[in-house]
Design a protein around this ligand. Sequence first.
Ligand SMILES: Cc1cc2nc3c(=O)[nH]c(=O)nc-3n(C[C@H](O)[C@H](O)[C@H](O)COP(=O)(O)OP(=O)(O)OC[C@H]3O[C@@H](n4cnc5c(N)ncnc54)[C@H](O)[C@@H]3O)c2cc1C
Length: 393
Amino acid sequence: MNASADVCVIGAGVMGLFAALELAEHGADVLVVDRGVPGAQASNANAGTLAVQNKRNEALPLVLASLALWEEMSDRLGFDVEYERRGGMRVAHSDADVMKLRASVDEQAALGARVEWLDRDEIARAAPYLARTIQAASHCPDDGMANPFAVTRAALRACRHAGCRIWPGWPVVDFRQVDDDRVECVSSRGTITAAHVLIAVGAWTERLTARAGRALAISHDVLQAVITDSGPELFPHVITHVRGNLTLKQQRTGRVLIGGAWKGSGELDAGTSQVVHEQLRGNLAWALRTVPALATTRVLRAWTGFEGRTPDRLPLLGPLPGTPRIHALGCAGGGFTLSPIAGRLAADLIARRPPTLPVDRYLIGSRFIDHTSASTELPGGVDVADLAKRGSS
Ligand SMILES: Cc1cc2nc3c(=O)[nH]c(=O)nc-3n(C[C@H](O)[C@H](O)[C@H](O)COP(=O)(O)OP(=O)(O)OC[C@H]3O[C@@H](n4cnc5c(N)ncnc54)[C@H](O)[C@@H]3O)c2cc1C
C-alpha cells in the first residue's frame, strides 16, 4: 500500500513519538511507521531514570529543558506516566569517586543545575538507607523517574488523538529525496511519499542510513536492567553512582528497578538480545554495596535493549548533509530523559521554526563520518543477595 503525508516519521520509540506529537499538534499530517511493535525497543526497555546528575555537561541545557516538560507530561498526554521528581542521590565509594563527584558537582552547579554536596553526616541524615561505605554523595532535587511502559503507551495514545497515523510492521529499507519538494520512504509493504522524513530508529540509525548510502556513524550497546518483586519502602530517592554503573529507584508498586549500563549480548540485525548473568550479578553487587537493605528483595526479571550511541555521546539532530528534507533524531546517552525536548527541537527544525533552544552543537553537520529485547524470566524470583554473592565469588 502506498501513502502520502506531510511528515513520515520512521521509528515509533519515544524520540519519534514525541516529534510526531509536536508536529501533529502544529497541524502537520504525520505518518509514523515502525518495523515492529511501536515502543517495544529501548523506549520500553529503559530503566526510567530522569536524572540531571548522571548526564554529560554538554547535554545539560537539553536535560534541564526536558525535565520541565516531564513535569507536565501526565497532564499533556492525558495519562499518568508515573513521573515523580523524587530528588536524586549520586554516590561515591572510593577516594577517586569522591574527587570525580566533587568536580561534577562544581561543573553542574556552574551550568545552572541545582546540585549540592553532602558530607558523611549529611548523608546519614538525608539518606540513612545508604551503606556506611559510601564516602560522599550529592543531592539534586530535580532528579526524577517515570514508568517507561506508561510513557510509550501514553505517547502513542496522544499521537493518535492528535491525528497521527501509526503503522506497526513497516520496515523501511530505503529513503531518498525525489525532488525539491518530496521524499520517498520505501518498505516491502509500499512507498510513502512525504514532504519531510524524520529518521528516529534508535540503535538502527547506522543500518538504515547506510542502506540509503548516507551512513551516520552510530554504534550501539546492548544494555540490561533488572526489577525486584514488590516490597516495603526501602528508599525514596533516585540513586545514581558517579562511576555510571548503577541506577536505583523504587517504583510506586514497591518494586526496585536496577540499571547502570551493564552489558547484555545481542545481534542488532536480528533484533535479538540476551541477559549476561555475570553482568547481572555485577549490577546487583553494586546495588547491595549501595543500599544493603536490597538483600531482603527478590529479583523478578531482567531484560535487555539496544541503545544507539553517537561518538561524542551527544544527541543527533537535524537534516542529513545535502538533504534538507531528511532529518535524523536520537542516539544520546539518557535518551529517555531527553526525548521530550529532542522531539520538540526536531519538530522545530522540520517546520523551520526558530528552535526552542540553541541547537548548533547537536546538529548532524560534520560531527559524523561514515563507518559504521529479550527478557530473562526468573520464575518465582531469586534472592538479590544470593545472586550478587554468586557474582562476586
Ligand atoms: C536497558 C536500557 C536502560 C536505559 N535506561 C535509561 C534511563 O534510565 N534513562 C534514560 O534517559 N535513558 C535510558 N536508556 C536509553 C533510552 O531508552 C533510549 O535512548 C531511548 O529510548 C531511545 O529512544 P528511540 O526512540 O531513539 O529508540 P527506540 O525506542 O529503540 O525506537 C526506535 C524504533 O525504530 C524502529 N526501527 C528500527 N529500524 C527501523 C526501520 N528500518 N524501519 C522502521 N522502523 C525501524 C524500532 O523497531 C524501534 O521501535 C536506556 C536504554 C536501555 C536499552
